[in-house]
Design a protein around this ligand. Structure first.
Ligand code: AHG
Ligand code: MN
Ligand code: MN
Length: 306
C-alpha cells in the first residue's frame, strides 16, 4: 500500500553510505532537471555514442548529474549514455570506489509530446564494461505527474517521492519500503514496430495481447514503472534488422533487470539473464524482456521453440 501522503514518508534506508549519498545526489538534481525541461525540447545538433541525436535536455541533465555525482565521496567514475568515455572522479573503481552509470534522460523523445521520462542509475562495483552482477544498487527517477524515485539495493526495492525544497534542491522520502511485483500480471508494453518483430516474438505477442492490457508510453522508465506497479511484461525486443534491439546494457537493461529481479521478477535478453550478459563495450545494446517470472519464462520458451 503506497502511503497517500508523502509528507509522512520515511527516511531513506540504504545501508551503504556511498549508495545513500549517490541517491541523495540524484534526488537533489531532479527538481532542477525537471524545471529545465520546458526550455530544452530542441535538438542539440550532436549525436551520442549510440549514434542517436541528443536533445538539449539530455545534455543539461548529463552535465548536472556529472557535477553532482563526481562530487560524491566513494564515486570513482561517472559513465554516461551521452559520453564516449568515463569521467574520472578519483578513487579506484572496484577497490573501494564505485562506477556510476547514468542514462541522464531516458525517453527524451517524450519531451516534445510532454509524456513521462526519467533518469536511470546503475551503481557498479567494477569498471565498465561490467556485467549486471557487478551492480550493488540501481534505480530511476520518473518525471511523471509527480517526481518519484525507485531505489533498489541488497535490502530490496523502495519507492520514494522527490520533493523540491525551498533552495531548489530535491529531497527524497520513502513511500513504499518493500516494493514487489504483483503476482497477477495486468499490463504489457512492447517496443519497436510490429513488422520489425521476428516471427517467434510476434506469435508470443499475439498470445499476450489476448491476456493483458497494453501500456506503452515510449519511455522505458515509465513503461517499467507500470510493470512494477501492476505486474506484467515490458520488452524492447530483438528486431529483424536489429538483433541487438535498442536498449543499452550498461545504462538501461542492467539497472532495470537489477531492480525488477530484486522486486521478485525476471529479466532476459531472450535466453540469458540480463545480469549475466557479458558486454564487449560500454555502449553495447541488448534485447530486454522484463517482468513477472512466469511471463519471462514463457517468452524464453517461445523464442527457443522459434
Ligand atoms: P533514450 O531516450 O535514453 O534514448 O531511451 C529511449 C528508449 C527507451 O526509453 C524506450 O523504451 C525506447 O527508447 C523507445 O523506443 P521507440 O521510440 O522505438 O519506441
Ligand atoms: Mn534510455
Ligand atoms: Mn537517454
Amino acid at each position: 500500500m503506497v502511503d497517500p501522503d508523502p509528507a509522512d514518508g520515511g527516511d531513506p534506508s540504504e545501508s551503504d553510505p556511498v549508495v545513500a549519498a549517490i541517491f541523495d545526489a540524484v534526488a537533489a538534481t531532479a527538481p532542477e532537471i525537471r524545471a529545465a525541461l520546458p526550455g530544452r525540447r530542441v535538438e542539440s545538433g550532436t549525436d551520442n555514442p549510440s549514434g542517436e541525436s541528443v536533445l538539449a535536455g539530455d545534455l543539461y541533465a548529463d552535465e548536472l548529474l556529472a557535477d553532482a555525482l563526481t562530487a560524491v565521496d566513494g564515486v570513482g567514475s561517472f559513465v554516461s549514455e551521452e559520453r564516449e568515455t568515463a569521467v574520472d572522479a578519483g578513487g579506484a573503481v572496484g577497490e573501494g570506489a564505485y562506477a556510476v552509470a547514468i542514462d541522464p534522460l531516458d525517453g527524451s523523445s517524450n519531451l516534445r509530446s510532454n509524456n513521462a521520462m526519467g533518469t536511470v542509475v546503475g551503481v557498479y562495483d567494477a569498471p565498465l564494461p561490467a556485467t549486471g552482477r557487478d551492480l550493488v544498487a540501481a534505480g530511476y527517477v520518473l518525471y511523471g505527474p509527480i517526481t518519484t524515485m525507485i531505489v533498489a539495493d541488497e535490502e530490496g526495492v523502495r519507492e520514494e517521492v522527490v520533493e523540491r525544497e525551498s533552495n531548489g534542491s530535491g529531497s527524497r522520502s520513502v513511500v513504499e519500503d518493500d516494493l514487489t511485483l504483483p503476482d497477477d500480471p495486468l499490463v504489457y508494453g512492447f517496443g519497436g514496430r510490429v513488422p520489425d518483430w521476428p516471427a517467434d516474438f510476434t506469435a508470443f505477442a499475439r498470445e499476450i495481447e489476448d491476456e493483458l492490457k497494453l501500456r506503452y508510453g515510449g519511455a522505458m522508465v515509465g513503461d517499467v514503472n507500470q510493470v512494477l506497479t501492476y505486474g506484467g511484461l515490458f520488452a524492447y525486443p530483438a528486431l529483424v534488422d536489429a538483433p541487438e534491439g535498442k536498449l543499452r546494457l550498461s545504462f538501461e537493461a542492467n539497472p532495470i533487470a537489477y531492480i525488477v529481479e530484486r522486486a521478485g521478477g525476471a529479466a532476459t535478453d531472450g535466453d540469458t539473464d540480463i545480469l549475466d550478459v557479458e558486454p564487449e563495450g560500454v555502449h553495447d545494446r541488448v534485447p530486454l524482456y522484463v517482468g513477472n517470472e512466469g511471463l519471462v519464462k514463457r517468452l524464453e520458451d517461445a523464442l527457443a521453440d522459434g
